[in-house]
Design a protein around this ligand. Sequence first.
Ligand code: AMP
Length: 233
Amino acid sequence: MSLYVILMGVQGAGKGLQAKLIEEHFGIPQVSTGDLFRAMRARSDDLARKVQDIMASGKLVDDETTNAIVVDRLTQADARNGVILDGYPRNQAQAAFLESHLAEKGARVNAVLLLELDLYTAFKRAFGRVTDADGGSYNYYYNADGVDFAWTNDDSDCFPPRLEASLRADGSMLRRRPDDASADAIIQRIDTYLDTTRALISHFESGGRVQKINADQRIEAVWTDIRQALESL
Ligand code: AMP
């Protein structure tokens, strides 16, 4: 039997991290549209450049481009038994497209896990987030162990201070996503979530497929709730 799971929740709710745990435990791959778009950074064609500009602003990439990249990923061999969708669908048109695509394969969305988090915490999780080269995640506000953080003022006084972070163990610099470093891009993403993505909850609720998970807990506790929700399907 195939398993198609949608992880929903405002940015910073921990979708990416939990998707990795589901992937390891249930053996179905994480499909993150944000990661797929970020991977396009290595390309220099017009579409790739346009996508990077849209991402930096915190706005959504157009549905046609987004749906095409998802279908391409869903038809790869490792996705034949299902996937965990992280960051997709984000609006009604994408949800309708996904459902008809799955119906053509005789599959359906089995569960929607809604990771609930208050918006102030969501802001801090995004604004304070940095990652190392292996994908390890740290946070200025919540998880600063082993990391040296510094606010560096702009010499011209025209721009806000930059948050710089390095691993104490080896001095390597940590990376901050451009759309996390801009407060405006974070607010834009939260607004899009409230205005557009959140409406999908009632869309999927009508099919009784939404399970609410408290995302304001330790990673292990969130994971326990998610595992139980998926095992009860
Ligand atoms: P994320 O990593 O999920 O926060 O996504 C980062 C950025 O990628 C978003 O702010 C959008 O610009 C773009 N993006 C990711 N998923 C989608 C989607 N389903 N539809 C449109 N744009 C998306």
